[in-house]
Ligand binder design. Structure first.
Ligand code: PEP
Length: 255
């Protein structure tokens, strides 16, 4: 059985002191997590080391929200995979729709980042998802399929075992609108079948596919109950210690 991964994407929220308070709340409520669930928080870069140190004796892991595709060099303001890894992180979110939209990240760039993350022992959380317009036109499978094929281009079977995919319909991110459990399951199954086609059924079976898009305590149970939903990438609700830890508890109960 796959292990759930409950990951919090804090986005550009929380100064270091605010981050410390949020971590304190999470640690107080959920410093110990069932072995059946992996928990991850992804604060802004400036709080990564602090979060790693603070969570050191808990079961909670720390990840970054982005990184550059080169290993080092003249890229003012950028952060490399090795910097993130040496800070004690295990994961990095890549290809989030906000980065695709506001920072013009395309599939080719995301593919380079995936390779760089894996080379530095960071597990990439590859975000994919369609816009509302694309969903209305019935293009969601075509769009997500193209994003996945392009992002995983040249990534071999051993390497892909480190990858987590997050299906995040753009129309459900930060909008309060959630995909129905059936819509989520349909897309997750499509993604698993696609990965089986690109690689093999063993890879597809062990691949973790997270749902992201307004997941909260009120809808986590029905989403996480779907057979191909292996966890959640949580934005807004991860900024509230009660909500985030409640979702972890729901995942623990379903394990
Ligand atoms: C996200 O940003 O990955 C996300 C899913 O956000 P929210 O939960 O706020 O919709």
């Amino acid at each position: 059985m796959r292990k759930f991964l409950i990951a919090g994407n804090w986005k550009m929220n929380c100064t270091p002191s605010e981050a410390a308070l949020l971590l304190e709340g999470i640690k107080e409520k959920k410093g110990e997590v069932s072995e059946e669930v992996d928990v991850l928080v992804c604060p802004p870069f400036v709080s990564l080391s602090m979060a790693v140190n603070y969570l050191h004796e808990t079961d909670i892991q720390v990840g970054a929200q982005n990184m550059h595709f080169e290993s080092s060099g003249a890229y003012t303001g950028e952060i490399s995979a090795s910097m993130i890894a040496e800070s004690g992180c295990n994961y990095v979110i890549l290809g989030h729709s906000e980065r695709r939209e506001y920072f013009n990240e395309d599939d080719e760039l995301i593919n380079k980042k995936i390779g760089q993350a894996i080379s530095n022992d960071l597990a990439p959380i590859l975000c994919v998802g369609e816009s509302l317009e694309q969903r209305k036109a019935g293009e969601q499978k075509m769009v997500v399929g193209k994003q996945i094929r392009a992002a995983l281009e040249g990534i071999n079977t051993d390497q892909v075992l480190n990858v987590v995919i997050a299906y995040e319909p753009i129309w459900a991110i930060g909008t309060g609108e959630t995909a129905t459990p059936e819509q989520a399951q349909q897309m997750h199954k499509f993604i698993r079948d696609l990965v089986s086609e690109i690689y093999d059924s063993d890879v597809a079976t062990s691949l973790r596919i997270l749902y992201g898009g307004s997941m909260k305590p009120a809808n986590a149970d029905e989403l996480l109950s779907q057979p191909d939903v292996d966890g959640g990438l949580i934005g807004g609700a991860s900024l509230d210690a009660d909500s985030f830890t409640e979702i972890i508890t729901i995942a623990e109960k379903l394990s």
